[in-house]
Design a protein around this ligand. Structure first.
Ligand code: CO
Length: 163
């Protein structure tokens, strides 16, 4: 059974390898990632967070966005800037504000091997940028503008009506 790798670990700071063939292992990894993301109450997960150094990430912000499974994702264009709070399953109890593009155009291959162009804004765009950053060996903690205490986080979430 795979589990979430927490910082510090080299697999989190090493750029992942592109997927050249979608195999049964790829599908099993995607399914595992989804189960673990739900179990851990996350909204996104990158394969290297499970110790697998391959370019695969998933995001499921809410029912409206649905599950986005991305193989070899790339951000093509960025528009605007926005600062909001992020956390990460690899950094339990670390929360802070990070600046990201407000809207992105991005590309990926889905589990059927279909090349997909898409656009996202707001917190969905943020989650996708956070996960693609993981695949490139980056960490949101290097971008934190202001770290939040648990009390500040709670107040912030109530304000934003996130849960
Ligand atoms: Co993360």
């Amino acid at each position: 059974m795979r589990k979430v790798v927490t910082y510090p670990n080299d697999v989190l700071t090493t750029p992942t390898q592109a997927v050249t063939h979608i195999t049964q292992d790829t599908i099993e990894l995607l399914d595992d990632m989804y189960d673990i993301m739900l179990e851990e109450d996350g909204i996104g997960l990158a394969a290297n967070q499970l110790g697998e150094s391959v370019k695969i990430a998933i995001v499921e912000l809410d029912d409206e966005s649905g599950l986005i499974e991305m193989i070899n994702p790339v951000i093509l264009e960025e528009f605007g800037k926005e600062i909001d709070v992020e956390g990460c399953l690899s950094f339990p109890d670390v929360y802070g504000t990070v600046e990201r593009a407000e809207t992105i155009k991005f590309w990926y291959v889905n589990r059927e091997g279909v090349s997909t162009f898409d656009e996202a804004s707001g917190y969905l765009a943020r989650a996708i940028q956070h996960e693609i950053e993981h695949l490139n060996g980056g960490l949101f903690t290097d971008k934190i503008i202001e770290r939040l205490t648990p009390e500040e986080l709670e107040a912030y979430m109530e304000d934003k009506e996130y849960d």
